[in-house]
Design a protein around this ligand. Sequence first.
Ligand SMILES: [Zn+2]
Ligand SMILES: [Zn+2]
Length: 506
Amino acid sequence: MDYIDSKSLRGRLPVEDTNLFRRTGRLHFSLTVALVAALLPPTASSQPLSPHKQIEALVDRYSAQYVQASKAIWEYAELGYHEEKSSAILQRDLREAGFRVEAGVADEPTAFIATYGHGSPVIGVLGEFDALPGLSQAAVPDRNPLAAAAPGHGCGHNLLGAGAALAAVALKEYMERNHVAGTLRYYGTPAEEGGDGKVYMIRAGLFRDVDVVLHWHPADRNTVANGGALAITSAKFLFHGVAAHAAFAPERGRSALDAVMLMGTGIEFMREHIPSNTRIHYIVSNGGAAPNIVPDTAELFLYARSPSLDTLDGIWGRIVKIGQGAAMMTETTVDVKILGSDNNIIANDALASVAQKNLEEVGGFRYTAEEQHFAEELQKSLPPGRVRETGSTASIEPLRRFDPNEPAASTDVGDVSWNVPTIGFTAATFAPGVVPHTWQATACAGMSIGQKGMLVAAKALAVTGADLFSNPQLIQDAKQDFAHQLAGKTYKSEIPSGQKPPLDYR
Ligand SMILES: [Zn+2]
Ligand SMILES: [Zn+2]
């Protein structure tokens, strides 16, 4: 024996071997090798990785493919219910990874469910892939649309959909290798931006047998999202008047645009008398055809939001009255068409503490010099007070419950959380200080900062999924917390029952 590698010596300090070495006259050298080897940490080949480390390694293994998918979806930038190519690319990748794919569910052509495994428990992961109108932007740190007024991924749903699929693929392979029982589902959910794809999927019964749902959303920081989001109802107020020549015979006309403007004025006066955590915003989606024609149709498209649908309902009733009042004042009529409605997200403390532990274990990431430069350039375009330290992407925010009075958006994840115990993450896909629905967010979602954040989210989702599959008590605790949070409350939706998905809602 003239060669001894450190691996073969580890764990068996050489009592008998010392004789051998003495015989070879190499005692001093050999003992040194043996002692050093005994003190070394175990290598990857000598000791299996922990389940979490196995999963993180699987996420890394498939990351290039899903970074590519995120880039393709970013380039397609398809609006809600029109995400044909984006949905197809994720369906293809999941099918090739061994999932059974059912497409076009819940009367939504771009919705799908990809399933692996059988039986209980059933864990769902949510994916989105719709873009926003007008937010086209190159992956550069100054305003530069790829196409004028075209859609763009200003909410980072290209990362959301691809990152959630990456988590599902890594978790599926881990389950397969380790003979983990249960069902893993990826929900391809269209039209999060105002189309409420998930609400119709809930109505179709697609979440009925799910034990826990996991989700994530792009952001400028790494957090566990325990609760949050505002309840919302959106509607179009379509006024009908009488057309006339605006100069020759204005007395014959009844202006639908006048009604729209009076409705807006009424809402501005009402603002003083509603809770300060209410948000109401609107656009004139139809203001008439030409100044010299009294508009016989005009439309106000309005969103109203509040911490819960219960508090929103009373305010909504007043908004409708203002619309009716505006119609009365102008001798027009009004049709109110509810387009969408989401609930707030129900917190789940049992799931949140596990999610926080896992996110801290996964950790954040640091920028390269190039990414640092990109982020700093981008931050120059932000309003004062918005900028955060770029180093914050390396850390995880402390766990806390959502405060209903802090600024928030809305999401149809809220409705899922009223039906199934749900927990989410955010990951630092946007340069610190960048908020969603901006060109700056689109820029980050199309380059490495967004892609690195996506990997943080994929790992956090996948390891949390693995914990749920391996620990039935955790699912029980999540269900108990769910029941506790919703005690005395009933799930409802303001979307009229029987309404089909609004495939052309824009
Ligand atoms: Zn959004
Ligand atoms: Zn979003």
